[in-house]
Design a protein around this ligand. Structure first.
Ligand code: 1GP
Length: 239
């Protein structure tokens, strides 16, 4: 399966909104993977993202294999570092932390990832990752040791996103950070989506149906839900 990006482009062109569930392998017991896959099949999710800022456990391969037995959604790695690469997934968001100025997250991890990626068939999707202030210090901020962008300065977020697009990023990911107190402001989503051409992913701190719809209406092409589903496996059925 190497059509994940082209399908995202197609969905954007047809204004079909996409929804990803983010699974943090550290928070999953492999014994429950089959039940989890069944639950995921009952949600409106179109993609599964797997990863996190830090993942201590080494169950990623096994988890993906188990999920794939029951769930046929595309599995996309969302890695905090190269140790989270799994050949069992379908694609990887090859992230550059455009909001930060830490060379490790701008190029070092990416260079180190190459020999690992060469041994896989993963579809590699270059993604400009932009962390935006969210009312709390999130794991991305702590782990990357970078500052998020000012949530009230939509112009600068846009400038950053446009730089990412000029650099060839195929996706822009507007991130408030997992467990964010405030999601990415709607004005920011709107400004970026109106003034860029690539699909826009939005995640962090979205915990309600309304929050999902608002992000879509503002221009998000794909919304990511992590904590809300992690805390309540029936989150989507209650929508
Ligand atoms: C993905 O980090 C987000 O971008 C997920 O955030 O855990 O707050 O949903 P939540």
């Amino acid at each position: 399966m190497k059509n994940i990006y082209s399908n995202l482009l197609k969905a954007k062109a047809e204004n079909k909104k996409q929804l990803a569930i983010l699974l943090d392998p550290d928070k999953i017991d492999l014994k429950n993977a089959a039940t989890l896959a069944d639950k995921i099949n009952q949600t409106p999710a179109t993609h599964l993202f797997v990863g996190g800022s830090i993942v201590a456990s080494d169950i990623i391969d096994e988890l993906i294999v188990l999920l794939k037995k029951k769930c046929h959604l595309p599995i996309v790695l969302f890695p905090g570092n190269p140790s989270q690469i799994s050949k069992e997934a379908d694609a990887i968001l090859f992230l550059t932390l455009l909001s930060g100025r830490n060379p490790d997250y701008l190029i070092e991890h990416q260079v180190n990832a190459v020999p690992i990626l060469k041994k896989t068939e993963l579809e590699i999707i270059s993604t400009g990752y932009i962390l935006i202030e969210s009312g709390t210090k999130t794991a991305v901020e702590r782990v990357s040791q970078t500052n998020p962008l000012d949530r009230n300065n939509a112009d600068y977020v846009l400038q950053t996103a446009q730089a990412g697009e000029y650099l060839g990023n195929k996706l822009i990911y507007l991130e408030a950070g997992s467990g964010a107190l405030q999601p990415v402001p709607l004005e920011v989503i709107e400004k970026v989506s109106k003034n860029t051409t690539v699909p826009i992913i939005v995640g962090g701190g979205i915990r309600s149906h309304e929050g999902i719809s608002q992000a879509f209406e503002a221009g998000a092409d794909l919304v990511v839900i992590g904590t809300a589903f992690e805390n309540d496996i029936n989150f989507f059925s209650k929508l």
